[in-house]
Each structure stands twice: as structure tokens, then as C-alpha cells.
Design a protein around this ligand. Structure first.
Ligand SMILES: C[S@@+](CC[C@H](N)C(=O)[O-])C[C@H]1O[C@@H](n2cnc3c(N)ncnc32)[C@H](O)[C@@H]1O
Length: 362
């Protein structure tokens, strides 16, 4: 990773898959908020770690993907689109400016209908004042906070976003910096977790998986305390086994559903697998053509262990799956049928439907 290295740099395997998720989500987000008769007067897309807008081999960076998604999906609308791109490397800002002007030579909207701000500075010091200056608050904001994984983002900004109208965050979390430097990292690392040092308990944990999971749990707690009601996190694993987490925070069920749809449609050509961080066996989900449902099966069995002896309704398990796992509700009945065929769960009904009850087999 080029901290003070050359700009631009080679696109990592994870990044292609991550961009595919951004693209698919933005192609849904822009029209929901800015298209149609229920459109908001304005919405803001903001990046705190924008990068140079391009990679070696000319792959577009996330700001270019965002502009393209907006143009593709809401070419015409009375709503005002605002975009803010912050980076603390001046070379990235200059490159991004060049990319945006050369890739979009015809400004498709008037400068008033499409307000663009590129700002040189750290996310901590520059993003919030830029949102203020653009009068972004009070209307939806999607903040993409794609740092090198160390997440230098203030809790106050997260809390302000969480309490702002229809606003969401997508955050890249790399657990390695925290695991490697736990003994030397100071207060700034606790600040990532809203000032709470609980993440440092990784010191006492033996396995790398347990440490990763603990950091993720602490970060989820941070976003939840900041005010995000629904969280979706998932692990992207490349062919060398290296992983990073994307954590999505929203207050809208629909946002969660759309992000899951985007995740499950992601193109397999990137060779990147996904994992549900809560799966004890850390099984990759997308290596085969069909989604691996075994991890969901384990999660559903754990859930049924906590249920009363009469079990619970399939509909409850669908809700659990939507809110507490990376799977979609549509995966539930298929998984329950497999568990039942393996004699692990039982039901009094011959077929399983949303209203059916299921319980652990005795
Ligand atoms: C992972 S790259 C961003 C990639 C970009 N979002 C994309 O997907 O095309 C991280 C960027 O954050 C910038 N950066 C690192 N620390 C920063 C900070 N504290 N504030 C703002 N930018 C920072 C780096 O210069 C780099 O361009």
C-alpha cells in the first residue's frame, strides 16, 4: 500500500470486488433518493479517503464509479447532487481532478445541479467542514470511508451522520494494523472505537480469528453507539487468504436489503470470496457457483438452541437472517430444508413456509 509511494498504484484483488459492491449499491442508492416523485431536494455522496480516481491499468477509482452510477441512474432530475472528495495526499487530489475532467468532459448537469468539491486534508479535519460548507446536513448523505483500514474517523462525525436524515456509512476496516500494533498504538486507536479501549483485549486472545472477530465486534458496537440501527459487515477474502472487512451502517431496513442484494450479486470474476464474520468455522461463501449455505445453517442452529422448546417461526428466522447475518431472507427456507433432510431440525408440517414452526430435532 503506497503510503508516500507512487500514485496511482496497482488495484488489489479485494478492491475490484469492493468496487463492484459500491457500484451496485450506488446504482440503487441514487435513484431511490434522487429519482421519481418522492425524491429528496438533494443528496450528498462523500468520501473521506477518495484516492486518485484511477489505478494502474486504468481501472476507475471509487469517485469515478460514483459519478458514473449517478449519471447512469439519474440522468435527469430536479434534485441537487452534491459530491465531496477528501484525501490527505495532494497528488491524489490532483489526479482525481484530472480523472473527473477527462472522464466526464461534458458536465452532464449544471454546476448548480451537480456540486462537486475536492478537498486536500485529513478526513478528520476536512470532511465535516466540507459537509458544512456544502450545506449537506438535513438531507441524505452516503459517506464512504475507505481508509487503508485503520479508520481514522472521529466518533462525532459517525454520530452526526447516524442522526442525519436517511444517512449511511460504508467503512473499510482492516484488523491487521490493530492486531500488529496493539502494544504501541496510543489514544488515537481507542478514538477509532469511540474512546473505548475494549478492543485491546485482543492481547489475551490466542487465535488470529478470535482477534479479528473481537475487533469487528468492538467496531460494530462503536457504530451502534453512534446511532446506526442496522449494521451489515462482511469479510472479503482474496486468493492469498488476506481479508478486509466492509461495515455498512444505516437506519433503514431498505438500505440493508439493497446492500445485501448488491453483495450477493457481486461478480465472481474477482476471485474474492466472502465470509460471514460470525461463522465459527469461517467458511467462504462464494467459492462455488451456488452460495455455501452451511454457515447459515450453523447460525440458524445456534439461534434455535436459544429458542423455546416449541422452536420458532420461519418468519422470525428470516428476520434474524436479514439483520444478523450476511445472508438474505430468501436463503432461509432452502437452508432449513437441508437441515431437516440431515435430521438436525424438525417441524410438524410436511413443507416449510414462512408461517411454519421449526425446532431442533431431539
Ligand atoms: C484505500 S485508498 C482509497 C481508495 C479509493 N477510495 C478507491 O476505492 O478508489 C486510501 C486513501 O486514503 C488517503 N488517506 C490516508 N490517510 C488519510 C487521512 N487520514 N485522511 C484523508 N485521506 C487519507 C490515501 O492518500 C489514499 O488515497
Amino acid at each position: 500500500m503506497p503510503v508516500n509511494g507512487p500514485v496511482p498504484w496497482k488495484r488489489a484483488d479485494h478492491t475490484g470486488a469492493k468496487h463492484d459492491i459500491y457500484r451496485r449499491y450506488l446504482q440503487r442508492w441514487f435513484p431511490i433518493l434522487l429519482g421519481g416523485s418522492n425524491a429528496y431536494p438533494s443528496a450528498t455522496y462523500a468520501e473521506g479517503f477518495a484516492g486518485p480516481g484511477v489505478y494502474l491499468d486504468d481501472h476507475p477509482g471509487s469517485p469515478v464509479i460514483a459519478v458514473q452510477a449517478m449519471l447512469d441512474k439519474v440522468p435527469e432530475s430536479d434534485a441537487i447532487v452534491k459530491m465531496i472528495f477528501v484525501d490527505d495526499d495532494q497528488r491524489c487530489i490532483e489526479s482525481l481532478r484530472h480523472q473527473l475532467t477527462t472522464r466526464f468532459p461534458q458536465r452532464p448537469r449544471t454546476p448548480d445541479a451537480f456540486r462537486l468539491k475536492l478537498a486536500h486534508g485529513t478526513c478528520t479535519e476536512t470532511l465535516e467542514p466540507s459537509l458544512d460548507a456544502m450545506h449537506a446536513w438535513g438531507q441524505p448523505i452516503l459517506a464512504v470511508l475507505d481508509s487503508w483500514g485503520n479508520v481514522p474517523v472521529t466518533f462525532d462525525l459517525l454520530a452526526r451522520l447516524a442522526h442525519n436524515q436517511s444517512s449511511e456509512v460504508i467503512i473499510t476496516l482492516g484488523t491487521q494494523p490493530f492486531i500488529r500494533f496493539v502494544s504501541t498504538m496510543g489514544q488515537e486507536a481507542d478514538d477509532v472505537f469511540g474512546g473505548d479501549p475494549t478492543w485491546r483485549h485482543i492481547d489475551t486472545m490466542a487465535s488470529a480469528q478470535a482477534k479479528r472477530q473481537h475487533i469487528l465486534t468492538c467496531y460494530r458496537q462503536t457504530l451502534s453507539t453512534a446511532g446506526f440501527k442496522y449494521l451489515l459487515d462482511f469479510e472479503l477474502v482474496d486468493t492469498r487468504g488476506e481479508s478486509l472487512y466492509l461495515v455498512f451502517g444505516t437506519n433503514h431496513r431498505r438500505g440493508l436489503e439493497k446492500m445485501k442484494d448488491s453483495l450477493w450479486e457481486v461478480d465472481r470474476i474477482y476471485g474474492v470470496g466472502f465470509r460471514d464474520p460470525r461463522d465459527e468455522q469461517a467458511e467462504t461463501l462464494f467459492e462455488l457457483t451456488d452460495p455455501a449455505l452451511a454457515p447459515l445453517g450453523r447460525l440458524l442452529l445456534n439461534r434455535l438452541e436459544d429458542a423455546p422448546a416449541t422452536g420458532c417461526r420461519v418468519e422470525e428466522l428470516r428476520e434474524f437472517t436479514l439483520f444478523e447475518t450476511v445472508y438474505r431472507p430468501q436463503h432461509v427456507i432452502r437452508t432449513l430444508n437441508q437441515l431437516r433432510a440431515n435430521g438436525l431440525i424438525a417441524s410438524d408440517e410436511p413443507g416449510l413456509y414462512r408461517r411454519s414452526r421449526v425446532r431442533l430435532a431431539s
